[in-house]
Design a protein. Structure first.
Length: 235
């Protein structure tokens, strides 16, 4: 299994979906067998049944990858961006809520959630929709996995990094448990923020940065323009 890291399983799925002669990579064959299990398919279907994509597909979809610590405004940005493009948001917190009503946040649970989320991203990209990946994506290999997913789906990708001053984040996370908005499904608090801060890795490709304490509408329009330009560029 060393040929295929767990976080790159969707390159195997791409090979599986596009292959007409069979899968060459032996490790990929094993992973596809696991992924094609009834349990996995049912999990994907359960989440997909609660998602509503835009009414009309586009000719040139793209994957928008959000990256940022809890409380930096990813989900708020995703909601605004989904309306402006329009796009469908694949939110890891929503996947967790649907599949694990009493989450443990174990490594196995996290792997399951992200596997299902990536299957959904690929499904909606192939259906011709802009897709927003709403999760922390703090580690470079996780972002690279999503970039590879976009490549295997033959669509462009854009990384958007969200940020906010620590004191603002602390206030936001405190309000989360008293005045929660409907789309904010995260349970991360200030302690989680501090813990994850130590895991942040630099983004190794060109990307956009958004300070969500500034004019959000201007930021959304800037991202929309970048996505449109990216969508006109050959993959």
């Amino acid at each position: 299994m060393d040929a295929v890291r767990a976080e790159n399983i969707y390159s195997c799925l791409g090979e599986y979906l596009s292959s007409t002669t069979g899968i060459e990579n032996g490790a990929c064959r094993v992973i596809i067998l696991l992924m094609s299990s009834r349990q996995f398919r049912d999990a994907v279907h359960r989440v997909r049944s609660q998602l509503t994509p835009p009414e009309r597909p586009v000719q040139r979809p793209a994957l928008i990858i959000l990256s940022g610590l809890p409380g930096t405004g990813k989900s708020t940005l995703a909601q605004n961006l989904s309306t402006a493009l329009p796009a469908i948001v694949i939110q890891s917190d929503l996947v967790r809520t649907i599949l694990f009503p009493q989450p443990t946040f174990s490594d196995a649970e996290n792997r399951r959630i992200h596997a299902v989320a990536r299957a959904l991203m690929r499904h909606f990209l192939k259906a011709g929709h802009f897709v927003i990946a709403d999760s922390t994506n703090l580690i470079e290999r996780h972002r690279q996995t999503l970039l590879q997913l976009a490549k295997s789906a033959a669509v462009p990708a854009l990384i958007v990094q969200t940020s906010a001053p620590a004191e603002v984040v602390k206030r936001r996370l405190s309000r989360r448990f008293t005045r929660r908005v409907a789309y904010d499904l995260s349970t991360a608090d200030w302690q989680v923020y501090l813990l994850l801060s130590a895991t942040v890795e630099p983004i190794g490709v060109p990307h956009l940065r958004v300070d969500t304490t500034r004019d959000l509408e201007s930021a959304v329009q800037r991202i929309v323009r970048a996505v449109r330009r990216t969508s006109r560029t050959p993959v």
